[in-house]
Design a protein around this ligand. Sequence first.
Ligand code: ADP
Ligand code: GN1
Ligand code: MG
Length: 376
Amino acid sequence: MRRIKNLFEITSKFRCHVDVSTIKPYGSGHINDTYRLKNLAGIEYDYLLQKINNDIFTDVPRLTENMCRVIAHLKSKMDLSGEGDPQKEVMTLVATKAGPYFYEDSNGAYWRMCLFLKDTRSYDVVETEKQAYEGGKAFGKFQAMLSDLSADIMHEVIPDFHNIQKRLGQLSLAIQQDPLDRVQLVSQELETIKKRSATMSFFQEVAQQLTLPRRVIHNDTKFNNVLLDLNGNAQCVIDLDTVMAGYVAYDFGDAIRTIVNTAPEDEIELSRIQLNLDLFNAYTKGYMESAASFLNEWELRSLIKGVLLMPYMQAVRFLTDYLNGDKYYKISSAEHNLQRTRAQLQLLKLLEAQGTTMEERILSEAKKRKKQFVKL
Ligand code: ADP
Ligand code: GN1
Ligand code: MG
């Protein structure tokens, strides 16, 4: 109860209609805490209030600057082109009465507020091809609209976020320290990870060759970060904490990771994890509708690398957290991070077996839309 009271006080710091009638936890994110605020009258805006995880996002002002930059860019593009509704299709942050788009409370916790987009839904697991296609359209369009925003001006809010060599370094450190004596429990998982470590360094190696542009990307393209409207059409890409520089293949791969898997990300029964390639095809089609026109050919060919890298990287991150004593991700059981690791490694093996088929599909979808496509 004390916590709720505190939340009402926090709400009052923002420029919102404060006759808030109910407040309750919302969503299934692993990092931040989200609360839905409903307005008394039901006719004013509803809001989402989020407590930003300050252990992970250590520089909230810079994170907010990134978000504001991206939001402004997307909204102004829609305004100028007359295509799309910037109020509904781009998230809107609510400023505090003091000015900034975040509030630091007396305990040093950071909060932000955004307009709640009514009549929308997000899904943890994709149910239909239409949804996968809409997800592809949403993230393809998102990247395309940001393709003329310089990645150099974005702050790196979590350094080396998708740098697999650094992530493997963190895993090695966790193995060395092994505070809970858990390394002995995960030898099989470590073996699977170790076997693939060299081939997964593709992006760090090509970074030197400058063939892949670093662009402004989302960096957390889980399917539940796209809001669908009541007709199942993509409406808005949300969860912009990690928008920063990166390779487009990271976004493509992370979306595929959550879209083609017939089971949840943390499925305990590994036999339930299957690939649905129809969903892969549908996502790729939707994605290419916007992305084929701005991606270079090296980027197109790199997409399949992202598909394999992202479940691998998530497995490395989940396992590191398990060994470190579950300090990063929210967990709902002692073995949760291990369960997530196993599920991601299982998914990776299935994806590896379908690598060639998926690569061909990516290139054929791109060719349909790109006039000068030279096979490298
Ligand atoms: P997290 O970082 O914890 O994943 P999100 O920003 O993704 O937090 O928000 C959690 C959930 O809240 C989302 O999956 C979505 O269902 C819902 N959500 C987030 N932003 C909005 C919004 N502007 N309007 C409606 N629902 C939203
Ligand atoms: C976290 O906050 P959420 O649940 O959208 C994580 C992502 C992982 C994801 C795995 C800042 O995202 O990188 O892909 O969990 N976010 C951060 O589900 O680490
Ligand atoms: Mg989210």
